[in-house]
Design a binder for this molecule. Structure first.
Ligand code: ADP
Length: 218
């Protein structure tokens, strides 16, 4: 299974990415985590990106794409599945990632879009800031990250809709409900992947199912 996630900061990419990785036994490739790891180790790459991270700005595309290409090559050796968390973040990254995927014969099967409103996201991130101490979890930097998401990341969602690989989920509910819904949708997509070409598939939109569906236990 090959999944990429598009979600605003605070929507739960990290949590749901880990769940998906465990469920399908595939590597979880989280660009923000990889970049923060470089910063923490004070590598050359870390020194090049620290200021971008601290301000909530995007790191130059090429740096992230090179880092992810390396991780995807390792994922290929480990069986070919992956869940990408944090990339693509703009249309240029989306296009280049698609090219890399084609070259490695491992383009995404599913683009998972987690939707949530800005007020809830700000609330979650400020709450998280008390527990973790990420340099970019201050109110003004969070506001910048949310603005960038709306400006350059959210517009790429339609591109995946046109490719027939989009799954949209309402991420405003508790993490376990969102997780159950994601795994159910991904299992449906998995069944289609081997039999139906992407252009003949339809996007799955679960955002209007509401709380009732999420409460069903299974
Ligand atoms: P969040 O989605 O909560 O902002 P991430 O951990 O995904 O958190 O990303 C943290 C930071 O890492 C971003 O604000 C940005 O500076 C950098 N980053 C992560 N992924 C990318 C990417 N694909 N392109 C550019 N910058 C990135």
């Amino acid at each position: 299974m090959r999944v990429l996630m598009i979600a605003p900061p605070g929507a739960g990419k990290g949590t749901q990415g880990a769940l998906i990785a465990a469920h399908f036994d595939i590597p979880h490739i989280a660009t923000g985590e990889l970049l923060r790891h470089h910063v923490a180790r004070d590598t050359e790459l870390g020194r090049a990106v620290r200021r971008h991270l601290d301000r909530g700005e995007l790191v130059p595309d090429q740096i992230v794409l090179d880092m992810v290409t390396e991780a995807m090559i390792a994922a290929k050796a480990a069986g070919g599945g992956y869940v990408l968390d944090g990339i693509p973040r703009n249309l240029s990254q989306a296009r280049q990632l698609y090219q890399i995927g084609r070259e490695l014969d491992m383009t995404a099967d599913v683009a998972l879009h987690l939707q949530a409103g800005d007020d809830e996201l700000m609330r979650r991130l400020l709450a998280r800031a008390v527990l973790e101490h990420r340099s970019d979890d201050t109110e003004d930097v969070i506001a910048r990250r949310l603005a960038l998401y709306h400006e350059v990341t959210a517009p790429i969602v339609d591109w995946y809709g046109e490719r027939g690989i989009l799954v949209s989920v309402d991420a405003m509910r508790p993490a376990e409900q969102v997780g159950r819904e994601i795994l159910a949708a991904l299992e449906v997509m998995r069944a289609l992947v081997d039999h139906v070409p992407p252009e003949a598939r339809r996007a799955i939109d679960l955002t209007s199912l509401g709380v009732a569906f999420g409460e069903v236990r299974g």
